[in-house]
Every structure is written in structure tokens, then in C-alpha cells.
Design a protein around this ligand. Sequence first.
Ligand code: FAD
Length: 295
Amino acid sequence: MRLEYIAPTSVDEALERLQAAGGRAALAAGGTDLIPALRAEARQVDLVIDLGRLAGEGARYSTIRLEQGTLCLGAGVTHTQVIESALVQQHLPALAAACAEIGGPPVRNRGTLGGNLANASPAADSAPPLLAYDAGLLLVSPAGERRVALQDFFLGPRRTLLKPDELILEIGVPLPPAATAASFIKLGRRSAMAIAVVSAAARLSLDESGRVSQARLALGSVAPIPLRAFAAEQALQGQELQPALLQAAAELARQAVQPISDVRASAEYRSRMVEVLSRRALHTAWEALQRRDPA
Ligand SMILES: Cc1cc2nc3c(=O)[nH]c(=O)nc-3n(C[C@H](O)[C@H](O)[C@H](O)COP(=O)(O)OP(=O)(O)OC[C@H]3O[C@@H](n4cnc5c(N)ncnc54)[C@H](O)[C@@H]3O)c2cc1C
């Protein structure tokens, strides 16, 4: 395959070239999903647009900032940057935990959050925690900007809401309420360099009376898209936490998924593990809330 390669330094230039290519261009961030896909000829393009040199306005693409109660993560932020960010560790620990489970160090040094989401694998490790934190995406195209909730972004395996002339500029996460704890658990066939068989992220926020004011439970690798277990979340809403409630929520999560059998696990095993991981993820968040210093 013969390819043209460009590395624009502005978002406008990247968008102009993307639009002009009329669907025959691929955006490249870290390239850890794209390059294998091009090599396997799973994607046919004439032009690769490398986003790695975006500057100026594009600095939003590669930085982590706190802006008016929202943690803004540039789409080009690498998994290593996420793991090492003091802001992420403080406010979004479940996201740092998920990024730490992606591939090995070289993949985490190259791979980006935006690439992980745009690639739209049901097993994308950053997706469940970002869903649990109510993340939204800032998408830009020559027509302007629009914001979409991450929970509406995925349409199916490798399919998203992104238009052909659009890119993800940043991921915005509203700072969770003070009494919040979250967790991420990934089950793979081995403990490193493995794609998830099932993954679960839980977030619990409490009101002043100690009842659940917000509950989020998001799952990976068990449906065509990473998804939230809404019925489980609703069962927790407004309740006082106790083991039987977490078990009931985990059972509802199991009922919400439609896993497939593949080389990594059977559908039945995945279903059972959804219940186990959901219960553990919720328990881990609950325990962290109990340890939390109320000050
Ligand atoms: C050895 C290995 C191990 C891996 N292990 C894991 C793992 O454990 N967990 C996991 O979740 N993933 C894993 N991956 C997959 C991959 O590393 C991640 O999905 C990574 O985050 C992709 O990011 P990237 O920047 O490399 O994306 P790229 O490969 O550059 O791009 C991926 C896709 O997203 C598009 N894209 C990139 N940036 C944007 C943007 N800003 N706007 C719109 N579209 C964009 C590209 O056009 C392409 O279609 C692994 C990959 C390898 C090679």
C-alpha cells in the first residue's frame, strides 16, 4: 500500500486535509491500533494524518487541565501521562488504574485516550471508567465544535458517532462530588499484556446523609459496546449501602449484558464474571468511601 504521510501543526490544517481526503484518510495518534490495522490491510487509506505535532490551539489536544470544575484530558494524552498525572490520581483514580492495565510500557507510552475511544473496541480499557465518571467528548470538524456524552458515542464494534471529517479534541470529566470513590477491575487471560475478558468500573457518590446520590457501573467486553448497567445503578440510587444491595446490583448488571463467546472466553463465563466483577468493583468503591477522611 502506498501512503502519503503528513504531520500538521494546527487543528485547522488537520481538519482541512481530513475533509479534502473524503474518507480516504486515517488520523494517527499513537498508531498502536492504526498501524497493525494498516499492515493487515483491514483499513484502506491514501493518507495518514499524524496528530502528534499539533501545537497552539492543538495544545488542548495533548494536555491535562482543570477548567471550571471539569477535568479536561486532551485526546492525545498518552496512557502514561494519565497514570502519572496528579490531577487524575486525585480526582479520577479509576481511570489511572485502567490506563495502568493497558498493554505494556511501550504501548502505554504511545497509545492515547482519544485513540482508545475512537477505535471503539468493546474491550477498550479506558471506556468503563470514563463512562463511570460521566465523561463527554469535544468533537471538532470544519463545521465547528460539538459535545457528546461518551455514553452516546459508541455505536458498535469499531463504529462511533464520529463523522468522516471530525476528530476528538478532548475528553471532559465533571469533577465528582467530594464523597466519591471509584474502582476499576480487569479480568484478562493473564495479568499483563492481555485484552479484557470482562472489565468493570464502579463509582459511588454519597449525599450528606450517607445515601447514594450517584451510582455508576460500566462494563467492558460483554456487549458490542462498552456500556453502563443502568438497572444496577438505579437499584443503588438513594439507598444506604450494604452487601445485599451490592449483590442485587451485580445480578442486575449480569442481566444487562449480551456477551459473545470468542477465543478469550465463553459467553456463559463472561456473564458469570460480570456479576463477580460488578460486586467486587462496587465493594472496592464502598470500602474506599468508608476509609475516606470526611474532612
Ligand atoms: C501490543 C498491544 C497491546 C494492547 N493492549 C491493550 C489493552 O490492554 N487495552 C486496551 O484498551 N487497548 C490495548 N491496545 C490497543 C491500543 O494500544 C489502544 O487502543 C490505544 O489507546 C490506541 O491509541 P492510539 O493513540 O495508539 O490510537 P491510533 O492507533 O493512533 O488510532 C486508533 C483509531 O482511532 C482513530 N483516532 C486516533 N485519535 C483520534 C482522534 N483524536 N479523533 C478521532 N479519531 C482518532 C484513528 O484514526 C484510528 O482509527 C493494545 C495494542 C497493542 C499493539
